[in-house]
Design a protein around this ligand. Sequence first.
Ligand SMILES: C[S@@+](CC[C@H](N)C(=O)[O-])C[C@H]1O[C@@H](n2cnc3c(N)ncnc32)[C@H](O)[C@@H]1O
Length: 269
Amino acid sequence: MIYSIDEDLKEYHLDRVCIGRHRVNHCYFDLRRRSPIVGPRSPESGTPTNVEENESVLVVLLADSGRRTVIPTVNQHCSMVPNRRHHEVFPAKRASILDMRLRWFLYRPDRLAEKYMKPGDRVLDFGCGPGFFTREFARRVGENGQVCAVDLQAAMLAILRGNLEPEGLMTRIRLHQCRPDAIDLPPEMNGTFDAAFAMFVVHEVPDPAKLFQEIARLLKPGGTLYCAEPVIVSGEEFQEYVARAGEAGFRQIDRSFYFVNRAVVMKKR
Ligand SMILES: C[S@@+](CC[C@H](N)C(=O)[O-])C[C@H]1O[C@@H](n2cnc3c(N)ncnc32)[C@H](O)[C@@H]1O
């Protein structure tokens, strides 16, 4: 499948990459390799002849700045493409994979909880899925704390409830179904969270910059944001996320690998 984007993209030309003075009106990106595709084009269709038409190709119409042709970065294009492949929402029908015991040994959510929260804390688990991290967060914050578990999919929240109710943890957990483009918690919850976690979810969110702004509003000053992304997210894209979080008012305090995945710890200024 080839995705196309219309010229409205002009308004998103924030971070530009010059590709010389040649006047072209469209360009091709390989979404998997996250790089422009250069090389010969078919004289009939204009598509690159060195790639197969497949799901990883994005066609981008370029706008002319007047002086030379510019293209926004690949990442910006990706954030404009509603169906970009590696940004698909993790389906609820595969939720059991997220709650596998093996994952517990790889990620040790109990240690994460011990390090970044204390009993009585209020914690946001954004993109909670079936509750793999929520469970340990709820155990850690105890009876006097609360975990707000937020997910786009009602089915994920139902699975979480089914998993954690028998463990007696639901008294500490508030479930919230959000919209794809907004967390939308009530304004009285702004500035009330001690810590927020976005575990393997930011790449599925259509507007990460907006997400980080919302999380910043929900956290107390000095509150912690822990964000981990899977290996399908390139270092470049991860760096983009960290930059957007910085713009939203976070400062980085630690950066590491979380098993084989990238992770960053930030504090709200
Ligand atoms: C890969 S799963 C990770 C779940 C959990 N954090 C974990 O690591 O076990 C991503 C989750 O984020 C949710 N999600 C995707 N896009 C979202 C959005 N825009 N807002 C809130 N949740 C979203 C999905 O429904 C899914 O449950």
